[in-house]
Design a binder for this molecule. Structure first.
Ligand code: ATP
Ligand code: ZN
Length: 210
């Protein structure tokens, strides 16, 4: 019999809620921090624990049938996958923020300025749509310290409570996109009976929470 694979984040902000959702679906599996694949004992499913950045491509290429990942990561990787279900956790927004004492007051003030981000694709499309010509500096982390270091004039980063921005002397300026965790599938895979059954279990867990 065929075994499905679902990719979830190995560790980080989406890991715990993703595991909880699958457990609430009645799926039995071990959740060892060291394992990369966990078989489910009571459903033909294997859980792949991956870095979130890799999940969209694994699903696009059909290595995993399903995945749980933030919409921000899907948009940034520009993959072709089906959005099957919004999951209601991992909510955040991608925002442009500037130092509190900065003179940047409108989007147009970003022209000719440097904006540091780990989301160059999403930011690039947004600035293009807005007709802004800024210098996008792609860095791999700790974006919020870059204005203080003189590396950028503004940043574009994920924000949930805004606490990290505040403690780095930054204020949110413009919303670029809002995001939450979503269930994605390989294109056309929705037709599969097993996938349908899993989606239905997930939807009834979500309904019970409302
Ligand atoms: P990985 O090691 O898997 O690459 P990561 O460091 O890229 O992890 P996390 O910080 O764990 O990612 O965030 C995972 C996802 O959680 C984000 O892509 C986003 O969708 C969501 N998220 C919710 N709130 C926040 C927040 N305040 N900051 C960053 N991500 C958030
Ligand atoms: Zn990541």
């Amino acid at each position: 019999m065929k075994t499905l694979k679902i990719a979830i984040q190995k560790s980080g902000r989406l890991n715990e809620k993703s595991v909880e959702l699958l457990k609430n679906c009645g799926l039995n599996f071990e959740n060892y921090k060291s394992s990369l694949i966990s078989p489910v004992s009571n459903f033909p499913l294997e859980i792949l624990f991956l870095r979130d950045d890799d999940i969209p491509e694994y699903v696009q290429d059909g290595i995993a049938d399903l995945g749980i990942v933030g919409e921000n990561v899907i948009q940034e990787t520009e993959v072709e996958v089906s959005y099957l279900q919004r999951l209601g956790f991992g909510k955040c927004s991608l925002k442009i923020a500037v130092p509190n004492n900065n003179t940047i007051q409108s989007l147009a003030d970003l022209n000719g300025k440097a904006v540091a981000t780990t989301y160059p694709v999403i930011l690039g499309k947004f600035l293009k749509k807005e007709g802004i010509n800024a210098d996008i500096r792609t860095i791999s982390g700790s974006v919020e310290i870059s204005p203080g270091l003189g590396l950028s004039d503004a940043i574009c980063d994920l924000v949930s409570t805004g606490g990290t921005l505040k403690s780095n002397g930054l204020k949110p300026f413009v919303d670029v996109m809002s995001s939450e965790a979503v269930l994605i599938g390989c294109k056309d895979s929705e037709k599969d009976d097993l996938i349908q059954e899993l989606i239905q279990r997930i939807q009834s867990v979500l309904r019970a929470k409302e």
